[in-house]
Design a protein around this ligand. Structure first.
Ligand code: SF4
Ligand code: SF4
Length: 185
């Protein structure tokens, strides 16, 4: 999902889908802005996630350099991916740019973010399912390395997964409790 070089393509979403994507992100931004004072914990968690993704990136980039250039079945074309709700929460809480469209494409069509030099999204701005993806070729390379490298990578991925769940739970709890307080008034 992190190819070095393939081809450019236009976003796959239709104008209607783009409209829904933008409206949904606008609504989410407004909701989070209304509760921002209560979301300090979730924002700190989102920042931890960002730093952890940064720590993960050099190893993932090194793996891609060794495997992606001549890949016969690039996963950015063969796999269907998408930004999930936790991805969007992470972008909104860290102030990252919101992607122009969903990442989904039709089966066997390239992801809309795939460019001449691989993914056009910065590492932090990719779907989590892309960030943590290890294809069989990459797993084989890792298995040949010191076990500590493999264990360290798996630990980091699990840590980020837990932080993403924590961020979402925290936001849900904050918003629900604010609504309960308002309802009692
Ligand atoms: S399947 Fe593996 S080698 Fe091929 S493009 Fe994806 S990450 Fe790279
Ligand atoms: S967002 Fe698209 S181009 Fe980028 S890594 Fe994921 S599948 Fe590949």
């Amino acid at each position: 999902m992190k190819n070095d070089s393939y081809r450019d393509s236009e976003p796959a979403a239709s104008p209607g889908e783009l409209c829904t994507w933008r409206e949904s992100n606008c609504a989410l931004a407004q909701l989070l802005a209304r509760h921002r004072h209560a979301l300090k914990g979730a924002i700190a968690t989102a920042e931890t996630i960002g730093r952890s993704i940064d720590e993960l990136t050099p190893l993932m980039v090194a793996l891609c350099r060794r495997t992606c250039r001549f890949c016969p079945e690039p996963c950015c074309i063969t796999n269907t991916v998408w930004f999930d709700f936790q991805d969007l929460l992470f972008f909104h809480l860290t102030g990252a740019p919101i992607p122009d469209c969903q990442a989904v494409s039709e089966p066997k069509e390239a992801c809309p973010f795939l460019g001449h030099h691989g993914c056009s999204q910065p590492p932090r701005n990719r779907p989590w399912m892309c960030i943590q993806y290890l294809c069989p070729a990459q797993r084989t390379i890792l298995e040949r390395q010191q076990r500590t490298v493999w264990i360290g990578l798996m630990d980091k991925i699990e840590f980020i997964k837990r932080q993403r769940r924590l961020m979402e739970t925290d936001i849900t709890r904050c918003i629900k409790s604010t609504h309960r307080i308002k309802a009692k008034r």
